[in-house]
Every structure is written in structure tokens, then in C-alpha cells.
Design a protein around this ligand. Structure first.
Ligand code: GDP
Length: 447
């Protein structure tokens, strides 16, 4: 996750305040130093670090915590508010029809991000289209077209044309049916005058509602110059940070956001079109500080459940709450879990489970769990339909057969059966609840 190390060190310095009711200057100084150290090592611009740490220091010392607040909570609240203000208080992109222009250097991930964003808007019920105007980089057209096909979104480009401004103009006409148009532009290795002139012309041709700067998370201090120049030429309304799967830094993006007075719009964390997350400042900072992010979590749960259901029309999560909870249901649940992404990311979103707690687990703890999930899946693949429907028929004899068939061992088969009965009991408790309670519970999770 972006700024992962920053989160870890912030949490540990906050934890040092545990049990204290009053803050003294030494405490504040120590925390502020820690914050500075971690921001700088995440590549955040020096003057920005100073600005941020100064205001945290002043507020921590001057503001009177409300009665009953511990020193830790007082500082946590201030750090939270200052960090949220830094990454942008509101989401940069409302969910509405609009034209978005993408800017950035070559290789920053613009083309990939255009398709990702289009995919994201399509999951929200809007009809997106990508317009590819990059005539500079060979292969940009094919790459964009392929990714848009994979994302199942409209695409416009012209491999034979060489005037990007003309392509942009025609693209706007050709995609008149779309709600959201995402205009991809060419990049260069460095900011050259002709690149700036070209993007300014495209900007005039498409008259975007928003322009986003696409930045590689690994970019450090260079972010400042880029942000400044693009801001001066076309005006930047938000930043998409890409390649977060490759680095835990991402501080350059914070610098860019600050420089352009904009906010982070999206995070990209992989090469496929689904590897995108809309950035929600408060949720993100909560996660960073170990406060959890229930909104993200419930979105993921919802999506995973929906996907699992789409694949198997006969299966409805609601059924689980009506009748019996079979091993088949459990398998579906495990599939859904897998779809939510790596377990540690999911855990990070649960308040109290996030950050601090994960740090106490050995690094491989999550792998073990996922390893076990895979074994469970193999075991279930070796079971008969009847056994899946009614696991009670599985005795000693069948356990042996299933263990052999799945290439696991009897102990693991028994663990699976135990886990199933545990989940069954939990589900039965839910069944005692009235209609709609589940929805209400999910809503509550969503905040
Ligand atoms: P452009 O020149 O700005 O259009 O950049 P591209 O979209 O072609 O991306 C450059 C490279 O980065 C490609 O190999 C992409 O697959 C890769 N890439 C883009 N976004 C991500 C990301 O979030 N994670 C990873 N791992 N790779 C990415």
C-alpha cells in the first residue's frame, strides 16, 4: 500500500503515547520528528514535510483536547485531519458524465490508467469511452484498444492518423453516446516544449471537465516540477498514482497534489484493468493510521459476492440465511474471499485489525492462511456432490479417501469440516435475525 512504511512508523509513534493523559513538549517533539523522518523517507518534498509537521506541532501543543480524550487520541485526530487535508479533502472525481484529460510523462501508466478508469466508471453504471491520441509512442494504439476490449468499454483511436489534436476532435464526435470520455495523450521522456504545446491544443479541442496527472508512485522529487508545469499549462484537478504494487513510497504524488492544490483521484496497483481503486481521502488516511476503512471493505465484499453470484446463477448469498449452510456455500464464500484480494489488504480495512495488529503477526502468517485456503479448495474439489451438500456423512473412511484424492492429509480435511461447522453455527445465529437485518448490518459497515 502507498506510504505503508509511513503508516507503520506513525502508528508506532502514536502508540508510545498510550496511557498518557497529558502531552508535554518532549512528547510532541518526538512525534513530530518521527513524522518528519517517515515522510522524508517516503519521498515527500522537504518544504511540504516542514509545513505539515509545523502545523501538527502547533496544534498538538495549543489545542485543548476535549475532556476525557487521551493524549494519543488527541494527536491521532490532529495527524488524521492534517493528513486528510494534505491528500485532498474531497474526492477529485464526482460520479457524473464528464470529459477527463490525462497528462503525464511516457511510461507513467496513462494508457493503462485510461482503460482502468473507464472500467471503473462502467462498474458504477456510467458509459465510458477512451479516446487514444498518442501518435508518438508506437504501440500505444494497439495497447489501448486491447485493454479497452478487456474492460469491455468503448474505444476510439486512429492508427493511421498523425495529428493528435485532430484525433481528439474526431474522437469526441465519435463517442457522443458515452457519458464519460477519457482522453489519453502522448508523453515524452522529459517535459519538452512541444509536448506542452500539444497537450494545450488537445485541451482546447476537447474542453475537459477535469485534467488528471498520472504519476508513477516511484517518482520522488521530480514530481514537483512535472506537477508545476502541467498545472501551468492545462491546470490539474487531480492525480492518479500508478504502480503502487511496486513501491511502498508514493510521497512524490503527495507533493504533486500539494503543488497543484488538487487531490488524489485514483490509485493503480497492477497491470490489469481491475487494478484500480478510487481514492477516498478519509478512508485512506484511516487505514494508514490503523483506524480501518469500512467503506472500502463493504464495497469489496459487495463486488466479490456479486461476482460469485454471477458465475453461478443458482447460488444466492441470501439462501445461506434461509436454509442450510452447506460446504458448497462455504466454497462460494471462500471464492468471494479470494476475489477480495490479498487477505492482509482486507484485514487492513477492518478497524482494530488494521495496521498495528498486522504488524504484530509474522510476515508469513497471511501466506499460511492463503495456503490453507488453497488446500481447502482442493479438498472440496475431491468431495462428491452429496458430501458437499451434507458434510455430516463424511466419516473416518471418507476422510481418508478425500485426503488421498486431494493430495492433502486427514488432519486438514478434519480442519475443514470443523471450520465449516463453526461457520454454520455463526450463520444460524444470523438466521435468527429478521428480514433486512443483514442489509442493515452491511449499511452500518459502510458507515
Ligand atoms: P504510458 O506511456 O503513460 O501510456 O504508460 P503505459 O500505460 O503504457 O504503462 C507503462 C507500463 O507500466 C506498462 O508496462 C504498464 O503495464 C505498466 N503499468 C501501468 N500501470 C501499472 C500499475 O499500476 N502497476 C504495474 N505493475 N504496472 C503498471
Amino acid at each position: 500500500m502507498v506510504l505503508d512504511d509511513l503508516g507503520t512508523s506513525l502508528r508506532s509513534s502514536l502508540d508510545k503515547l498510550q496511557g498518557k493523559t497529558r502531552l508535554d513538549e518532549d512528547d510532541v517533539e518526538e512525534i513530530v520528528k518521527e513524522i518528519q523522518r517517515s515522510l522524508l523517507s517516503a519521498d515527500v518534498d522537504v518544504s511540504l514535510v516542514m509545513e505539515l509537521s509545523d502545523s501538527i506541532e502547533t496544534r498538538a501543543l495549543e489545542e485543548e483536547p476535549p475532556g476525557g480524550t487521551t493524549a494519543r487520541d488527541h494527536v491521532l485526530k490532529i495527524v488524521y485531519e492534517e493528513m486528510v487535508a494534505l491528500v485532498g479533502d474531497s474526492t477529485a472525481l464526482p460520479l457524473e458524465p464528464q470529459t477527463i484529460l490525462l497528462a503525464g510523462l511516457q511510461g507513467s501508466g496513462k494508457t493503462t490508467s485510461a482503460a482502468k478508469m473507464a472500467w471503473w466508471f462502467s462498474t458504477k453504471g456510467l458509459r465510458p469511452a477512451v479516446i487514444q491520441t498518442d501518435t508518438f509512442r508506437p504501440g500505444a494504439y494497439d495497447q489501448a484498444k486491447q485493454m479497452c476490449e478487456r474492460a469491455e468499454v468503448d474505444f476510439y483511436g486512429d492508427p493511421d492518423a498523425d495529428d493528435p489534436v485532430e484525433i481528439a476532435r474526431e474522437g469526441m464526435e465519435a463517442t457522443a453516446d458515452a457519458d464519460v470520455r477519457i482522453v489519453d495523450t502522448a508523453g515524452r521522456h522529459a517535459l519538452e516544449d512541444d509536448l506542452i504545446a500539444e497537450i494545450e491544443e488537445i485541451e482546447r479541442a476537447v474542453d475537459p471537465d477535469r485534467s488528471l496527472l498520472v504519476l508513477d508512485a516511484a517518482i520522488g522529487q521530480g514530481a514537483k516540477d512535472q506537477a508545476r508545469q502541467f498545472e501551468a499549462s492545462i491546470g490539474i484537478d487531480g492525480v492518479m498514482i500508478t504502480k503502487l504494487d511496486g513501491t511502498a513510497k508514493g510521497g512524490g504524488a503527495l507533493t504533486a497534489v500539494n503543488e497543484t492544490g488538487s487531490s488524489i483521484a485514483f490509485l493503480g496497483s497492477g497491470e490489469t484493468v481491475q487494478d484500480i481503486e478510487r481514492f477516498e481521502p478519509s478512508g485512506f488516511i484511516s487505514r494508514l493510521l490503523g483506524m480501518g476503512d469500512l467503506k472500502q471493505l463493504s464495497e469489496r465484499v459487495e463486488r466479490a459476492m456479486q461476482e460469485a453470484q454471477e458465475e453461478d446463477d443458482d447460488w444466492d448469498p441470501e439462501d445461506m440465511l434461509q436454509g442450510e449452510f452447506t460446504l458448497k456455500d462455504m466454497k462460494k464464500q471462500m471464492d468471494a474471499m479470494n476475489r477480495m484480494g490479498p487477505l492482509d489488504q482486507v484485514m487492513d480495512m477492518i478497524p482494530g485489525m488494521g495496521g498495528g495488529m498486522m504488524d504484530q503477526l509474522p510476515d508469513d502468517a497471511m501466506d499460511v492462511t492463503q495456503d490453507r485456503m488453497r488446500k481447502f479448495e482442493r479438498i472440496m474439489d475431491s468431495m462428491t456432490e452429496g458430501e458437499l451438500e451434507n458434510p455430516r456423512v463424511v466419516g473416518q473412511e471418507r476422510t481418508r479417501r478425500i485426503a488421498r484424492g486431494s493430495g492433502t492429509d486427514e488432519e486438514t480435511v478434519r480442519q475443514l469440516l470443523e471450520q465449516h461447522s463453526m461457520m454454520e453455527r455463526t450463520i444460524q445465529q444470523f438466521q435468527g435475525m429478521g428480514e433486512g437485518d443483514m442489509q442493515r448490518m452491511m449499511k452500518k459497515m459502510g458507515g
